[in-house]
Design a protein around this ligand. Structure first.
Ligand code: SAH
Length: 361
């Protein structure tokens, strides 16, 4: 396989520079950018408006696309999960979630994940490596082409969530670069305002994001209202405990602009973090820090080797109403694509399309 420079990871000015370095006029660079990012073509052969000799030349020094789709799973609810491979054979997973008024694409920022959250299946892969900007962008191109046809304009708006495998804030530069590339109106034209990035709580990056004007919406994964429990569920808490994390969140909140969304995610684990007492602790914690951010409750998506069950609907509702009664706006997230292992915390490069039940249960 061609291992030359990967062009879907270049911003438009970089691609123009690359083309000029080959002794070609700048407009060829813009043409190439539009072909890759707006027409979503994935090989030089397909870009038939470029001269043949240029296409041959490009093939020698560069690559148009680097991910390959290994398998695709389609849920009864229309959600699609793609299991892709990088050029060095590592798994990448992407989820396409159709909704009435928009589509959401959930992309991965790393192959595997270094954080060892005990409730998340991706943790079991460990970190394979961080993805490049081009590999992040390509996930979106592949999902849109599959859903609507190559280069076809999506009929609804496209939202992106950085909530697939990996910790986006441990791959900050590539992530931000990918977002810049995708925002270009002559390319995919998905602006940061349509993107939400979720972090397990990498404090320095939360503070850094606060200083960036053109940024995505931010979500913080909490999972527990006390350090004692969060240390166990999300070991990253030992490095940046709740006080530090929530102080950084408060700093970030001060920089919010009108219309910007800032949310907390709270995965609901039966009998572990879903008691009435814990709801009160969570509300008090957020209120003590003066945080106005909303809370999304995510009932746990079961994943066979993990020792957790989702909280019952009744418990989730009770938890929600306690938070609300203390002034914390709370929503319950509806799981999508559970049957194909596409829901939160289920991405672990699984080949199966249906949940396998072990005989002992
Ligand atoms: N590493 C980032 C991005 C992953 S986002 C982060 O932690 O925020 C994935 C979201 O799904 C997180 O909010 C996480 O807490 C949640 N999650 C993980 N495993 C889950 C599971 N099995 N069921 C439901 N939600 C889960």
């Amino acid at each position: 396989m061609n291992q030359g420079i990967h062009l879907s990871g270049l911003a438009q000015p970089e691609l123009v520079e690359f083309i000029e370095a080959l002794g070609l006029p700048a407009y060829r660079g813009r043409q190439l950018f539009a072909a890759l990012q707006q027409r979503r073509l994935r090989s030089f052969e397909e870009i038939s408006d470029l001269p043949k000799d240029l296409r041959v030349r490009l093939n020698e020094v560069a690559t148009a696309s680097s991910l390959t789709v290994e398998s695709r799973y389609i849920s009864v609810d229309g959600t699609r999960r793609y299991l892709m491979k990088t050029h060095d054979n590592l798994p990448v997973e992407t989820v396409f979630i159709p909704e009435e008024r928009r589509d959401t694409i959930c992309f991965s920022s790393q192959s595997g994940c270094p954080l060892q959250c005990t409730f998340c299946l991706t943790a079991q892969l460990g970190l394979l490596r961080s993805l490049t900007a081009g590999e992040i962008v390509e996930q979106i191109i592949i999902a849109l082409n599959d859903a609507y046809g190559v280069g076809e304009k999506p009929p609804r708006g496209t939202n992106l969530v950085g909530m697939g495998a990996g910790e986006p804030f441990l791959n900050f530069d590539a992530l931000m670069k990918a977002l810049r590339i995708m925002a270009n109106p002559e390319g995919l034209h998905i602006v940061p305002n349509r993107v939400t990035v979720s972090t397990a709580g990498i404090v320095p990056r939360i503070l850094e994001l606060g200083k960036i004007p053109d940024r995505p919406h931010l979500a913080i994964s909490l999972a527990a209202p006390t350090d004692e429990l969060r240390d166990k569920l999300m070991p990253i808490n030992k490095k940046w405990p709740l006080e530090e994390l929530l102080s950084a969140c408060k700093e970030f909140e001060k920089t919010l602009k009108a219309g910007e969304r800032f949310t907390f995610e709270y995965v609901m684990l039966d009998g572990v973090n879903d008691s009435e007492e814990q709801a009160r602790q969570l509300a008090n914690l957020l209120n003590r820090h003066g945080l106005k951010a909303k809370v999304n409750l995510i009932p746990h998506n079961a994943a066979d080797p993990l020792p957790y069950q989702p909280s019952t609907a009744g418990k989730v509702e009770r938890f929600r109403s306690i938070l609300e009664s203390k002034g914390v706006h709370t929503f319950v997230r509806r799981p999508r694509g559970r049957d194909i292992f596409a829901a939160c915390g289920q991405l672990a490069a699984r080949a199966g399309a249906t949940i396998s039940h072990s005989a002992t249960k």
